[in-house]
Design a protein around this ligand. Structure first.
Ligand code: C2O
Length: 578
């Protein structure tokens, strides 16, 4: 160990502290279990110490002590602190939401659920598919308006009312629902791998209920096609003041014909809306280029896991363009960019469901590239509770949502202009090597309004193609921040220290961390929010012709919002893989 260079700890993989085995869950499913109860007292003591070290942030000792690369191919499947069971909401204990400062108090819990036991949802046997179409070319507008008008006329406590539909989102992201079996821990549907399936189910019932209200089971909601130039405006169907699809609380500078900025920097900075090339490059980077399930879907979230911790982390699409489009759409004059820019309020804007239909479409498209769902049983069996179109309180699970066709719908096939929009290097290797003077900043550091650059050692260079196909090299940041505040910073690789702009059309732009205002802190979750942020860089380094270099320059460009503490930056070969 003594021969390790000071930077080596940055490059150590995450390793499993406990040994995996399997057992049968009460429901008969075989589940991965983590055995942390070794009988040997010495072992136990060591484990306690490691646990404490991790809690105290002494990751260096822990990681050094546990050896090197490739220590555990499946490290991410085994979380020593989780109970290795799927996360499930405690439907009998919905609470008042904790809202960000400045928000008007609201209730989020569903009506009359307290004494009901949810039943397992049986998916109808769909004979024809509902085809969701782009909002700029949507031929069911009259049906949608009619259905929404009925929905908006229902009494607030009706499970199908607009009020209730919009509150579902708040119930699942503002500390309202807690986890079954862990009633002190929030059930949170962002910051982890349950992001895609939860929102798929949410939209599914919204669509089924609308269809039921107009007695048309073929009714399909539109999607906001912000990934193609012709769909980048706020769709016209949402801007007619007399329509039930209209909402007042949106950014007035972002009305048509302004095009969306998927990389929006703008609470305060220059508004860069309308850069089609940058938008397409962003889509390429966040969707097409991300090959590994964990980096696409997000990190594990199991029963007993706290939603904001050094082990959770959003997938690529949740951060960008999901979060950026939320913030871009919300009203800048409101305290938390309500409606769309604050999660508790977002679903009060009908455009929310249209934005999320396109997010959901990205899941379908991503899999059409031959990429896979997560097979971990804790992912497959995570479940949620909704009122269905027949007013039954039903429980639904992730694995039933993997194939949208099973749920009776699909998306209209369109060109994907971003699939070929690979960003180009701004500088050649020769240009870059001319100047490479970077001050190393010690970790942890606070990122606020100045650009920070640092150097991260790469443990493996020049890996073979087979190795690259097997494991993604990823750059992992451990962060701490205030989740009620908006925040964005960009990451550039092998740029210059005094570099003061960032554009996704260049290959040196590696990704962004974006926070949308979330639930306020609670007593069970005292202290600041922690999370991880991972970026796959295998292809990026190849395209920068930098795979033979044993370190990378990492530049963090704060764009807006509150400060963020960067606790750690390391290279991992496990982080994106599952
Ligand atoms: Cu649940 Cu767009 O967020």
């Amino acid at each position: 160990m003594a021969s390790l260079s000071p930077l080596s700890f940055l490059a150590t993989t995450k390793v499993s502290l406990c040994s995996p085995s399997s057992s049968n869950a009460p429901n008969g499913h075989r589940i991965a279990k983590v055995s942390c109860n070794g009988s040997n007292p010495q072992e136990q003591q060591q484990r306690q110490k490691k646990k404490k070290d991790i809690i105290l942030g002494n990751r260096r000792d822990v990681l050094l002590g546990l050896g090197g690369l490739g220590a555990s191919a499946a490290a991410f499947s085994y979380n020593p602190f989780a109970t290795a069971e799927p996360v499930v909401p405690d439907v009998h204990g919905c609470n008042k939401p904790t809202l960000p400062p400045g928000a008007k108090p609201i209730a989020c819990c569903p009506p009359n659920y307290e004494n009901k036991e949810p039943i397992d949802y049986v998916i109808p046997n769909y004979q024809t598919l509902r085809i969701r179409k782009p909002a700029h070319d949507y031929d069911d507008l009259e049906k949608y308006k009619k259905a929404l008008n009925i929905m908006k006329s229902l009494p607030d406590d009706h499970p199908h009312s607009w009020t209730q539909q919009s509150r579902i989102h708040c119930a699942y992201c503002h500390n309202s629902y807690h986890q079954k079996g862990h009633t002190d821990i929030e059930m949170q549907v962002h910051f982890s791998w349950i992001f895609f399936p939860f929102h798929r189910w949410y939209l599914y019932f919204y669509e089924r209920i609308l269809g039921k209200l107009i007695d048309d089971p073929t009714f399909a909601i539109p999607f906001w096609n912000w990934d193609a130039p012709e769909g980048m405006e706020i769709p016209a169907i949402f801007t007619d003041r007399k329509s039930p699809l209209y909402n007042d609380l949106r950014n007035q500078n972002h009305q048509p014909p302004t095009l969306v900025d998927l990389n929006w920097n703008g609470r305060t900075g220059v508004d860069t809306s309308g850069d089609v090339e940058a938008n397409l490059a962003t889509m390429y980077r966040q969707v097409y280029e991300v090959k590994r399930p964990i980096c696409f879907y997000g990190k594990p979230f199991r029963a007993g896991d706290k939603p904001y911790s050094s082990r959770t982390g959003s997938g690529s699409v949740e951060l960008v363009p999901h979060n950026t489009v939320h913030s871009w759409t919300g009203d800048k004059t409101q305290p938390n960019l309500e409606d769309m820019g604050a999660l508790y309020a977002a679903a009060r804007d009908p455009i929310f469901y249209c934005h999320h239909a396109n997010i959901d479409r990205m899941w379908t498209i991503w899999k059409s590239f031959g990429r896979k769902d997560i097979t971990d049983p804790d992912y497959q069996n995570a479940s949620y509770v909704f009122y269905d179109e027949n007013e039954n309180l039903v429980r639904v699970k992730n694995s039933d949502a993997f194939d949208s066709k099973k749920l009776g719908y699909d998306y209209k096939q369109l060109d994907l202009p971003w699939q070929k929009a690979q960003p180009k290097p701004r500088r050649t290797k020769a240009q870059r090597n001319g100047r490479r003077v970077v001050k190393k900043v010690d970790l942890p550091f606070t990122l606020k309004d100045k650009i920070v650059s640092t150097v991260v050692k790469r443990p493996h260079i020049n890996r073979s193609q087979a190795e690259k196909d097997e494991k993604e090299e990823s750059l992992v940041f451990s962060l701490q921040f205030d989740r009620t505040k908006h925040l964005k910073f960009d990451v550039l690789i092998n740029e210059e220290e005094d570099y003061n702009w960032a554009n996704p059309k260049y290959r040196e732009f590696a990704g962004s961390f974006v926070n949308v205002s979330h639930a306020a802190q609670t007593s069970s979750d005292a202290g600041s929010t922690e999370t991880t942020f991972s970026i796959g860089i295998t292809d990026l380094l190849d395209q920068l012709d930098a795979d033979d270099e044993d370190s990378i320059v990492v530049i963090l460009v704060p764009q807006y919002g509150d400060e963020v503490i960067v606790k750690d930056i390391n290279i991992s070969f496990e982080d994106c893989n599952n």
